[in-house]
Structure formats: structure tokens, C-alpha cells
Design a protein around this ligand. Structure first.
Ligand code: ADP
Length: 507
């Protein structure tokens, strides 16, 4: 099969050959076409012009362009463009408004040129225009929106910083410049890590990379408390809210920063006030306790004295019964330890107790306590089930004191299950809006009718108990603005729970 030969190119341009074709196209094109004579009077007004302005060409032909169609404020400007076209044979472009018959405005982008006589004099000035009203509106709207946003960002009290996905600063508003002590020019282009002290600095890249990789938000979309680092090396507490801005081909992160130094010091003053109150309350409680202490210490001391007397008598015997004396001595030692325990815990109870607070990971506290009592758990064959919340934020607490609370509760639970067949200890951490709840339940003897006394100092049902563990724990949680509570489980056993306020950092 032979390939079809292409037809030879026609050498004739139909528009040049047939003036009628060009005229038909110009009449029906969507472009506005207007021709003026050398004075500026309209001599041609195409269909698109009629359509866009609402004027019939008969109403316009012969009129000066500026008398009929221009916006009064632009007449001088358009006349200048017209003069230029009359004087020089150089085409130009211009953007101006026309006022339609109904009084509306349309914005037109004009491509202008002049047609000259043989002697060089202008015969016509012709403009071909694109109606860009819609585009212009959209552009003005975008500009206005951007200007409004810019004004908000520039005057905001909060620091606002945008960074790219590598953490490089793209913009920083005046409030953030003031907060960190860097000028915009110094900060833009550098990594945002320079505004963070350790350990936040090291964590930062990880957060972004983790989010980009998994889409899992840690700090993005939520707020967090952290420290900021100023140019002069000083630090300050701040609240950071990060949000993501998605563009079709890239993304940005916006951070809004609030300096919380003021709020933190007010909170500190409030905590000190509470600590003072708690101290006063403890001193008052101490009075009440005095008689209890006497009674409590009396028991082991009496026991020690009577065991010691017994030993003395046994030594007088001809054949000294060493095993009995050994038993008595170990009783003396036990009772001595018990008295010592009472005094030690009492001292803790009276201590001024300004809290030594830090960010505490409650899951880690629970694991530490379980490690401390692992021997007892093993010996008592207790089965432990942990349901610890994942990626829990830290709480603001005195770690040692919270450890003591968990230890007291776990210890009591193990003791309460000594005679149970089922020995099951469940520990749970649950995140609520602004706090973390710790729940510890057992399958022990439960409470009979003693729930009202649990938290009273010296209340104990145990032969060797001090009755101080729960009352100290209660006061510790109270000093942390929380509440320690106890519940009877439906299936028997007890559940203790307390909540602490969330601070920051995800574990
Ligand atoms: P202690 O353990 O020295 O008796 P606490 O203040 O820790 O002192 O506890 C007071 C009392 O509360 C205990 O003697 C016991 O009667 C009761 N109690 C505490 N925890 C539990 C529990 N898990 N189950 C049942 N009773 C408990």
C-alpha cells in the first residue's frame, strides 16, 4: 500500500485575500473591538462591545470615547495613551474601566495600535480588548484577603512563625521577633530549632518527620507547653499551637506562640499558697493526732518492754531456752521497726511539703513501683495486668510523692489479696481532656463498712499496720489539686483512683 501523499500547502492567506472573512471574524469575535478616528471619536464598535456595554453601536458611533464610555477618573490617563498612539506608530497595552449603559463597570485589557495614511498621519486608532472584570475581581479579592491576613499577623499579640517541612523558617511576625529577640532577616532561612532549648531541639525534627511519614499528629493540630530560647540564651515557658497549611504542591507549618511566663508565675504563687494552706491544715491535724500517736506508739513500746522483761526472766533459768529467747528478740526487733515506721511516716506527714514538681510520666512511675515490689508480687503469686494509655502526655507532679502514693495503694492491694484465691492486680492509665487518671484495682478482701475511715490517720485493720499510708496518699494527691478515691468492686475487691493534670510531652 502506498502512503497517501500530503496535499501541498496553500500559499494563499484567506484573511488577506478576502477582506469579508476578516470583517466577519472581527464582528463575531469575543474580543472587544473599537476603532477611533484621529480625534478620538468612535467609528467602529463590534458585537462584543455592544454585548459588554449594553449600548447599541448607533448610540456610540460618532461620540468621543471619553464622553460616552470612560470612567471620569480615568479620562486623562486614557487620553494620554491615545495621544501616544497618535504621535508614534508603536502599539501599546493599557488596562482601564468602561462604564456600561446600566452604570456597571467592566475592566478591559486593551491591545492598541494605529493605522496611518501614506504621509504618516494617523487615520484610525484601533483597540482590541479582553474583558478581565472577573479575573480582576478575583485578584482584588485575593489581594484584599492577603492584606487583611497580613495586618492580623503583623499586629497579633501572639508570635506567629511559618516553617517548611525541613523546619526552615519562612516568616516570623513582629510579636515573635520581640519574643525571641531575632529580627526577621536574621531568622528567615534558618532552622526553627534555634528557638528551642534542649531537649525540645532534638525532638523537633523527629516530630515533623514522624508526622510526614505516618500522618499521625503528635503536636501538630494540638497545643503543647514547652520552653523557648531567646537570642540572648535565656529561656521562657511558652504555649505552642501548630497547624498545617496544605498547598497543591507543598506544605507549611504555622506555629502560634504565647509567652506563658506570667501565667506560670501566677500558678506558682497559687501552688505556694495552697502548700501553705496544706501545711496549716496538717499542723491542725497534728493536734488531733497527738493522742492517737501516744496510743499507737504505746502498743509497740509496751510489747518491747514486756518481751525484754520476759527475756530477763528466761535468762535466770538454769537451762536458758535459746529458741524462746530468739523468738522474743525477733518480736522486740519487729515492734521496734513498727514504732520506727510510725515515726518516719509521721515526719513525712508533717513536713512542709512544698512540692518538687516536674513533668512526670505516670506509666514510668507505675513500672518503677512494680519493679520495687516485684519480689512480693512473685511470692504472693499476684497476677498483674497493665492497661497503660499509649503516648500519654506528662503530668506536673512531685515524682517521689506520686511514687509513694502508687506504692501505698499497690502494697495495700497485695496485702488485701493475701487470703484470696484469685489474686489479680489491674493497673490502668486513662487520658481524659486535661488529666490522666490512674486506676488500681484488686481482687482482695474489699471494704466491709470501713470506707468512711480509710483516709483517716491511724485507721488500720492490720495487726502491724500504721494506718498512715492512705491518709498520707490522700494529702499528697490533694496537694496536687487531685482527689484520691476508693470504690468497692462489684465482684469484690477494691479500686483506688486518682487524676493529675496534664502538662506536656508525649511518651
Ligand atoms: P495500713 O495499710 O497501715 O493499715 P493504710 O492507711 O494504707 O494503712 O490503710 C488503711 C486501711 O484501709 C487498711 O488497714 C485497710 O483496712 C484498708 N485498705 C486499704 N487498702 C485496701 C484494699 N486494697 N482493700 C481492702 N482494704 C484496704
Amino acid at each position: 500500500m502506498t502512503a497517501k501523499q500530503p496535499q501541498p500547502v496553500q500559499q494563499i492567506d484567506p484573511l488577506a485575500a478576502e477582506p469579508g472573512i476578516a470583517a466577519a471574524i472581527l464582528a463575531h469575535t469575543g474580543m472587544l473591538l473599537v476603532a477611533l478616528d484621529a480625534e478620538g471619536r468612535v467609528v467602529h464598535f463590534n458585537n462584543a462591545c455592544e454585548h459588554a456595554t449594553g449600548y447599541n453601536r448607533r448610540e456610540v458611533i460618532g461620540e468621543y470615547l471619553w464622553d460616552r464610555l470612560l470612567l471620569p477618573g480615568q479620562v486623562d490617563e486614557v487620553k494620554a495613551v491615545f495621544r501616544e498612539l497618535v504621535q508614534k506608530p508603536v502599539p501599546n497595552e493599557h488596562e482601564n474601566y468602561w462604564v456600561t449603559k446600566s452604570g456597571a463597570r467592566i475592566c478591559v485589557h486593551w491591545f492598541n495600535t494605529s493605522v496611518r495614511e501614506g504621509d504618516g498621519h494617523v487615520r484610525w486608532v484601533i483597540g482590541a480588548g479582553l474583558d478581565i472584570t472577573g479575573k480582576k475581581h478575583a485578584q482584588l479579592e485575593i489581594e484584599e484577603h492577603a492584606a487583611r491576613l497580613n495586618a492580623i499577623v503583623e499586629t497579633a499579640v501572639e508570635g506567629i512563625i511559618t516553617i517548611d517541612t525541613n523546619g526552615v523558617i519562612e516568616s516570623i511576625n513582629p510579636a515573635a521577633e520581640r519574643l525571641f529577640g531575632y529580627g526577621a532577616q536574621e531568622a528567615i532561612g534558618r532552622n526553627v530549632k534555634m528557638l528551642m532549648p534542649s531537649p525540645y531541639r532534638e525532638e523537633h525534627d523527629q516530630y515533623i518527620q514522624h508526622y510526614l511519614r505516618t500522618g499521625e499528629a503528635t503536636v501538630i493540630g494540638t497545643g503543647r507547653e514547652m520552653m523557648g530560647l531567646r537570642k540572648d540564651g535565656t529561656t521562657f515557658p511558652m504555649e505552642l499551637a501548630i497547624s498545617e497549611v496544605l498547598f497543591p504542591n507543598r506544605r507549611l507549618f504555622t506555629g502560634i506562640i504565647r509567652d506563658t511566663s506570667e501565667r506560670r508565675s501566677a500558678e506558682k504563687r497559687e501552688r505556694e499558697r495552697l502548700a501553705e494552706h496544706a501545711h496549716a491544715a496538717r499542723l491542725a491535724a497534728l493536734g488531733e493526732m497527738a493522742s492517737g500517736i501516744a496510743h499507737e506508739l504505746n502498743q509497740p513500746l509496751t510489747a518491747i518492754v514486756s518481751f525484754a522483761d520476759a527475756c530477763q526472766n528466761l535468762f535466770k533459768k538454769e537451762k536458758v531456752p535459746e529458741d524462746v529467747i530468739g523468738d522474743a528478740l525477733s518480736q522486740i526487733s519487729d515492734q521496734g521497726i513498727r514504732a520506727g515506721n510510725i515515726i518516719r511516716r509521721l515526719r513525712q506527714f508533717v513536713k512542709t511539703g512544698t512540692l518538687d514538681q516536674e513533668i512526670v510520666n505516670l506509666n514510668a512511675v507505675i513500672k518503677d513501683v512494680l519493679a520495687m515490689v516485684s519480689h512480693e508480687i512473685h511470692m504472693n503469686e499476684v497476677k498483674v495486668t497493665l492497661r497503660l494509655g499509649k503516648r500519654l502526655p506528662g503530668v506536673w507532679a512531685d515524682k517521689l510523692q506520686i511514687e509513694q502514693v502508687v506504692l501505698n495503694i499497690v502494697w495495700n492491694a497485695i496485702e488485701a489479696m493475701e487470703t484470696s484465691d484469685l489474686r489479680q492486680l489491674d493497673i490502668e492509665t486513662i487520658q481524659h481532656d486535661d488529666k490522666i487518671e490512674v486506676k488500681i484495682s484488686d481482687t482482695g478482701c474489699g471494704f466491709a463498712d470501713n470506707m468512711a475511715h480509710l483516709f483517716t490517720a491511724f485507721y488500720t485493720t492490720k495487726e502491724k499496720g500504721t494506718g498512715l499510708g492512705l491518709s498520707i496518699s490522700y494529702r499528697i494527691i490533694e496537694a496536687h489539686n487531685g482527689e484520691l478515691s476508693a470504690l468497692s468492686n462489684a465482684a469484690g475487691g477494691a479500686t483506688f483512683s486518682f487524676s493529675l493534670a496534664i502538662m506536656e510531652a508525649i511518651y
